[in-house]
Design a protein around this ligand. Structure first.
Ligand code: BDP
Length: 721
C-alpha cells in the first residue's frame, strides 16, 4: 500500500514537472513556440473568433503562410482549425491577395491596400452577408505571409483581436542579415557555434534549419541574407559554390528572402585568371558582368553584392589608384540590368594614415557623394570606430545626401561580452537611430537618413551582422535571440519602442505571465547600460583584449598599428583620460553639423556618456554627479557590476516560471557574466589608477587581484577570430 502511494506521488511529481511552463526546452523554437494560450478567457475568445481558415491561392509563399497559420493555430488554440476554400462557418480567418482570393477581393479593402505597397498588409475585422471575417490582406503573397506572422504575434502576446484595423508596411526596403561566415564554417566574430551553411552537403542536402531560419526571418520581416564573410573568399563565386548558393536561395525564396554574396575585389585575378582587378579595365568589367550573369543563371532573384574593400588589408580599387565609387560602380553596372544592388561598406581606415581613425571614413567617402550609381548603397556602421559598447552616431549620416546610406548594426556581441553576456541591444540601436544629425535642421534623425525620408531616397537598407550559428538555440545565449528579433522588428519599423519589442519577445519566447514579463523586461532594458558601465563608461572605447576582443585590455600598446591598441583610444596620462577630438585635438567633432559639433565639442555640454570619446578630461574634473572624474569612473565600473548582480537576483526570482533548461542556462551564464564584470572593473580601475594616482573610494569593493595578475591573463582559443 505504502509503495503504491509512493509510486502515485512520484507520478504526480513527474507530471507536475512536465506540465506547461516547466517542459524542458532547448530554445530551438525561438519566438515561434505556438504553445496553447495560457489565459483561459482569451483562449475561449480566440477559439470562437476563428472557426475556419481560408487561404485562397497556392503559390509557394501562400502555401507556407497557410501551413504556418495551420500549425500555429492548432498549437495556440489547442485544437485544429478546419481549413477550407469556401466559407462554411460563422467566424472565418481569411488570408490572401485580391488576385489570389475572391473573398479578399470582395471585402472592400482595395483603397487601403494601395497604401501598404509591395510588402505591407492589412489586418482587418469585417462582416459580410452575416459572416464575421478576420482578414489578412496584402497586395503580394509575401505581404500575406508577413501579415500572417503579425496576426499570430497578436495571439502569442494575447492581444485583443475582436476589432482589428491594422495597416503595416516596412519603412526600409532592404532588411538584411550579414553573416560573417567562412566557407570552412568558422564564423568571424561568431559566438554560437559554426556556420549554419553546411557547404559540404549542399546542394544535395537541405537542412531543416534553413527552413526554420527562413521562417524566423520572415516572421520579423527580414528579406535578405548575405551568406558570406565581408573578409571574402572568391571561391564562393565559382560554379561549384554557386550551385550550393542556388540551393539555399531556393529554400529561402518562399519566405521572401533574397540571397546576396560578398564580392572579393581581387576575384578576377584569383579565380578569373586576369592580371588585374582594376575597376576601369574593360576586361575586368567584362569579367564581373559575365560572372554576375552566371550568378543570375543560378539564382534568378540574386540580390547583389556586399563589399569590404581597401579596409583592414582587403583588396580594393585603391590598389589601382581608383576610388571607392569606381569600384562600387563597376560592380553596380554588372548587376544593374537584373535589378541587383551593391552594398559598399564605408568601414575604412588606413594603415598609413596618422589621422584619428574616427575621421577617416568621412574623409574618404564624403567627397564621393553624388558619384555612385543609382543601385549602390553605402553601408555605414552605427559609429565611426567599430561597434563599441557605445558610440556616438557616425558623422557620415546626414553628410552624403545624394547617396543612400545603409545602416550596419552588429547583432553578434563582438565587443559586448560575446557569448556569455546578456545584452539586449535595442536601446543601443535606438540611441543611434534617434540621434539628430541636424543635416537639414532639427529633427534630421539618423533614422530619417536611413529610411530615405530625409533626402528622398527610394533605395534604402539596413544590415545586421548576424549572431546566428549552429548552436541548438541558434544564438548561443538564450537572450541573444532577442537581438535577432529586435533587428527585424526595428528594420521594419524603427519607431517601435525598445520596451514594446522586448515585451513581445518575452511573451512569445517565455510566457505571458506578467510576474515574469515585467521584471525580465526591466532587466533587459538595463542590460546594455550595465555592460557599458563595467566595460567602457563615460565614452571610453576600444580597450578590450588584443585581437579576440574578449575581456579587458586597456594596457594594450606597441602593436604594429597604433589604432589597434588601447592606449591610442583612452590616452590616459597623469593629467587625465580621454581622446581629444575637439579643435585642440583631432577635431573630429567638426565632421558633425554645427549644432552637434558645438555640443560634442564643449566639455560642459557633451552628453556625459560621450565625455571621454571627445575630450581629454582631468582626473579632478567635476562631472554631473558632483564627483571627480576619477571617482565617477570608479562608481560607474562598480555600478555595472552591481547591476549584473541585480540581474542575477531578478532571474533567480523567476525559477519555476519557465522551463528548468532555459532557466538554468541563463542562470549559469549570468554567473559567468558577474565574474567577467568584476574582471573588467578590477582590471580597468587598477590600470587607470596607475595614471590617476588616486584611491578607489572607500565604500567600493576592492579589486580581488593585482594589476599584474590581470595583465597576465591570456585566454586561449577564444571563439570567433
Ligand atoms: C571588426 C571585426 C573584424 C571585421 C571588421 C569589419 O573585428 O573581424 O572584419 O570589423 O567589419 O569589428 O570588417
Amino acid at each position: 500500500m505504502q509503495r503504491k502511494l509512493f509510486c502515485l506521488l512520484l507520478l504526480l511529481v513527474c507530471l507536475a514537472y512536465h506540465s506547461e511552463g516547466t517542459k524542458a526546452d532547448d530554445g530551438y523554437k525561438l519566438w515561434q513556440r505556438y504553445e496553447q494560450v495560457q489565459d483561459q478567457a482569451k483562449l475561449q475568445v480566440y477559439r470562437q473568433a476563428i472557426n475556419e481558415l481560408i487561404v485562397q491561392g497556392n503559390s509557394p509563399t501562400l502555401t507556407v503562410a497557410h501551413q504556418e497559420l495551420q500549425t500555429a493555430l492548432s498549437g495556440l488554440l489547442g485544437q485544429t482549425v478546419p481549413s477550407s476554400q469556401q466559407v462554411t462557418k460563422q467566424n472565418v480567418l481569411v488570408a490572401g491577395t485580391p488576385a489570389s482570393s475572391a473573398l479578399v477581393k470582395n471585402l472592400g479593402l482595395t483603397d487601403r491596400l494601395k497604401a501598404v505597397g509591395n510588402e505591407g498588409y492589412l489586418l482587418q475585422t469585417s462582416t459580410k452577408n452575416g459572416k464575421n471575417y478576420t482578414v489578412i490582406a496584402a497586395n503580394t503573397d509575401i505581404g500575406v505571409l508577413y501579415g500572417s506572422y503579425h496576426f499570430l504575434r497578436l495571439l502569442q502576446t494575447q492581444q485583443d483581436i475582436s476589432n482589428l484595423s491594422i495597416a503595416s508596411a516596412p519603412k526600409i526596403k532592404h532588411r538584411v542579415l550579414n553573416h560573417w561566415d567562412n566557407l570552412d564554417r568558422t564564423v568571424e566574430r561568431g559566438y554560437s557555434g559554426f556556420s549554419l551553411w553546411d557547404w559540404h552537403r549542399l546542394p544535395g542536402y537541405i537542412d531543416q534549419r534553413y527552413i526554420d531560419y527562413a521562417r524566423a526571418n520572415a516572421s520579423v520581416g527580414i528579406n535578405g541574407t548575405v551568406l558570406t564573410n565581408v573578409n571574402a573568399n572568391a571561391l564562393v563565386l565559382t560554379e561549384d559554390y554557386l550551385k550550393k548558393v542556388a540551393a539555399l536561395a531556393d529554400a529561402f525564396r518562399p519566405y521572401g528572402i533574397k540571397v546576396y554574396l560578398t564580392a572579393r575585389f581581387s576575384a578576377p585575378i584569383e579565380i578569373g585568371g586576369l592580371k588585374t582587378a582594376d575597376p576601369l579595365d574593360p576586361q575586368v568589367q567584362a569579367w564581373w558582368k559575365k560572372k554576375s550573369d552566371e550568378i543570375y543563371s543560378f539564382v534568378p532573384d540574386f540580390g547583389g553584392f556586399l563589399v569590404k574593400a581597401n579596409s583592414e588589408g582587403q583588396p580594393g580599387p585603391q590598389n589601382y589608384g581608383r576610388n571607392h565609387a569606381d569600384g562600387a560602380n563597376m560592380l553596380a553596372d554588372a548587376v544593374a540590368d537584373k535589378g541587383g544592388i551593391v552594398m559598399w561598406r564605408a568601414f575604412v581606415y588606413s594603415e598609413d594614415e596618422p589621422d584619428d581613425r574616427a575621421k577617416q571614413a568621412y574623409n574618404e567617402f564624403k567627397p564621393l557623394d553624388g558619384t555612385f550609381r543609382d543601385n549602390v548603397l553605402v553601408q555605414v556602421k552605427n559609429g565611426a570606430i567599430d561597434f563599441q559598447p557605445r558610440e556616438p552616431f557616425h558623422p557620415l549620416f546626414g553628410a552624403m545626401p545624394k547617396t543612400p546610406l545603409m545602416m550596419e548594426f552588429q547583432l553578434t556581441q563582438e565587443y559586448l561580452g560575446q557569448g556569455t553576456t546578456l545584452a539586449y541591444l535595442s536601446p543601443m540601436y535606438k540611441e543611434t537611430l534617434e540621434a539628430d544629425t541636424y543635416a537639414k535642421g532639427k529633427g534630421s534623425t539618423v533614422a530619417k537618413v536611413v529610411d530615405g525620408s530625409l533626402d528622398n531616397h527610394k533605395l534604402t537598407g539596413i544590415a545586421g551582422v548576424a549572431n546566428i550559428g549552429n548552436d541548438r538555440n541558434w544564438t548561443g545565449h538564450q537572450f541573444a535571440q532577442s537581438n535577432w528579433y529586435t533587428f527585424g522588428r526595428l528594420a521594419w519599423d524603427h519607431a517601435l519602442s525598445s520596451e514594446q519589442v522586448a515585451d513581445e519577445w518575452i511573451k512569445m519566447t517565455f510566457t505571458n505571465d506578467n510576474k515574469f514579463v515585467a521584471p525580465v523586461k526591466d532587466m533587459m532594458m538595463n542590460s546594455h547600460e550595465a555592460i557599458v558601465n563595467y566595460m567602457t563608461p563615460l565614452g571610453l572605447h576600444h580597450i578590450m583584449g588584443w585581437s579576440h576582443h574578449y575581456g579587458p585590455g586597456p594596457w594594450i600598446k606597441d602593436k604594429h598599428r597604433a589604432d589597434w591598441t588601447s592606449v591610442y583610444y583612452h590616452k590616459a596620462d597623469e593629467k587625465g583620460i580621454g581622446f581629444d577630438r575637439t579643435k585642440s585635438g583631432s577635431n573630429a567633432v567638426a565632421q558633425y553639423f554645427p549644432p552637434v559639433a558645438k555640443q560634442f565639442g564643449n566639455v560642459k555640454k557633451v552628453p556625459e556618456k560621450y565625455l571621454l570619446w571627445f575630450h581629454h578630461v582631468p582626473w579632478d574634473h567635476k562631472v554631473n554627479s558632483g564627483r571627480t572624474l576619477w571617482n565617477e569612473l570608479a562608481y560607474r565600473y562598480s555600478g555595472g557590476v552591481d547591476d549584473v548582480r541585480q540581474m542575477q537576483k531578478t532571474w533567480d526570482n523567476q525559477e519555476g516560471m519557465i522551463d528548468q533548461e532555459r532557466f538554468q542556462h541563463v542562470k549559469q551564464l549570468l554567473t559567468v557574466q558577474e565574474q567577467e564584470a568584476k574582471w573588467w572593473r578590477d582590471a580597468c580601475l587598477l590600470y587607470f589608477q596607475t595614471f590617476s594616482k588616486r584611491p578607489i573610494p572607500q565604500d567600493l569593493e576592492k579589486p580581488a587581484h593585482t594589476l599584474e595578475y590581470y595583465m597576465s591573463l591570456d585566454p586561449k582559443f577564444v571563439p570567433g577570430i
